[in-house]
Design a protein around this ligand. Sequence first.
Ligand code: IMP
Length: 190
Amino acid sequence: MPLVFATNNPNKIAEIQNQLSEGYDFKSLKEIGCLEEIPETSGTIEGNARQKARYVKDNYGYDCFSEDTGLLIDALDDAPGVDTAHYAGPQRDATDNNQKVLQNLEDKAQRTARFKTVICLVRGDEEHFFEGICEGHIAAIPTGEDGFGYDPIFIPTEGDGRTFAQMNKTEKQAISHRGRAVRKLVEFLK
Ligand code: IMP
């Protein structure tokens, strides 16, 4: 039975591809003919992960996992949180989002933050959730060329002072929210 990864984000696919164990028939949304935008309207990170996986199971019949990620900044009362993708507006632009975070933190001494990823696996009648958290802080200015989204302004605590955007995929995955959540999923699938 194929297992679908319910995302159209090529960055996410690239990040988790080498973590997924062999022996599974993984399929993308494109491969099952799901080209429409899947709603993410639940209001929580967990709820959005579940909503996307359920959408695929209910409409296409495939077992499926989906993930949703949010950036939670302490000095901004855990914003952008569930609004992480469109923090600076519906254009969902990473540069705009990063600028808005930096502006909102201009007068704040505290810059601690965390990324949270929730994966929801819908397999048959079962639903399983896997969470990954990565603690860190927001940089003063965007730095680095790799990665995506908020990577240029996020400095993980377990790293060496570089932003995620200054790390290669392997370095990022070893300590990242998504890396952690995917490792839990892979363990479960074994
Ligand atoms: P979503 O989970 O696809 O809804 O993504 C939420 C938002 O978080 C988007 O703006 C992504 O670009 C951003 N995002 C998700 N994962 C990461 C990451 O690993 N690093 C930086 N930004 C991320």
